[in-house]
Design a protein around this ligand. Structure first.
Ligand code: NAI
Length: 246
């Protein structure tokens, strides 16, 4: 993909899937700005990507904080005179069965995974509407499509992203802005690395491609959806899951 002169914000770009998204966008010649809460990991990522001569910087931004997001986005827009791409990737999991789920873990997951997407989307759309161009890619999950035991909060948030994506796609299409969701399956990152070996083997055996996905496999689709070439795709939810949820 050629993303020359395009400016992208990637939330949660410090590690995992977000880091790979940053790498692929930079390799496609986009300028990338990470919004993340974990300074240690995003500094490492910025150094690594800068070493391949990528144009990248990062700000400590908590996507749950409406005013903080608004301020950071305004700064970016003022400095770079626009914003072309927003990838809403920041996400957390706080798993437990419904019976034991603490209200604070329901609130926290909804706050980061769903309200965070709203906050960032809200902050960029006025500029994208004026430009009559924009690409918004929201990272959902197959858990948002089919639910999962122990993940009611996560699944509700990820399903919420799908509704938000479709409504935003309908509202913003007339301004040349596409809004799509990507639904990864089981991807090899810190988020999934705490699972027991037996659970991983059981899950893997149910995936038609018989393996866990790689972060870069999600990043490839995100980069395509962020490109000009994907301009006639909007309101879609595309799985990257080795066939797991078909
Ligand atoms: P990860 O835990 O490795 O990385 C998440 C990143 O988000 C971290 O850099 C973290 O600091 C950042 N973050 C967390 N809270 C934040 C906040 N309030 N504001 C800004 N940044 C924040 O996770 P991973 O696995 O890379 O996941 C990325 C996205 O993909 C998430 O939305 C996740 O739900 C989704 N996903 C992951 C799957 C997997 O199997 N790993 C499967 C399906 C979806």
């Amino acid at each position: 993909m050629n993303l020359k002169n395009r400016l992208a914000i990637v939330t949660g770009g410090g590690q995992g899937i977000g880091k790979e998204i940053c790498l692929k966008l930079v390799r496609s010649e986009a300028k990338v700005i990470i919004f993340d809460v974990n300074e240690e990991s995003f500094n490492k990522t910025v150094e690594e990507i800068k070493a391949i001569e990528g144009k990248i910087l990062a700000f400590k931004v908590d996507v749950t904080k409406y005013e903080e997001v608004k301020k950071a986005v305004s700064y970016v827009i003022d400095k770079y005179k626009g914003i072309d791409i927003l990838v809403n990737n920041a996400g957390i999991a706080r798993d437990s069965l419904l019976l034991r789920m603490k209200k604070e873990n329901w609130d926290k997951v909804l706050d980061v995974n769903l309200t965070g997407v709203f906050n960032c989307l809200k902050a960029v759309i006025r500029c994208m509407m004026k430009q009559r161009y924009g690409r918004i890619v929201n990272i959902s999950s197959i858990i948002g499509l089919r639910g999962n035991i122990g993940q009611a909060n996560y699944s509700a948030a990820k399903a919420g992203i799908i509704g938000l994506t479709k409504s935003a796609a309908r509202e913003l299409g007339r301004y040349g802005i596409s809004v799509n969701a990507v639904a990864p399956g089981f991807i090899d990152t810190a988020m999934t690395s705490q699972l027991d070996k037996e659970i991983v083997e059981k899950i893997t055996s149910q995936i038609p491609l018989l393996r866990i996905g790689k972060p870069e496999e999600v990043a490839s689709l995100v980069t395509y959806l962020a490109s000009e070439e994907a301009g006639y795709i909007t309101g879609e939810v595309i799985r990257v899951d080795g066939g797991m949820a078909m």
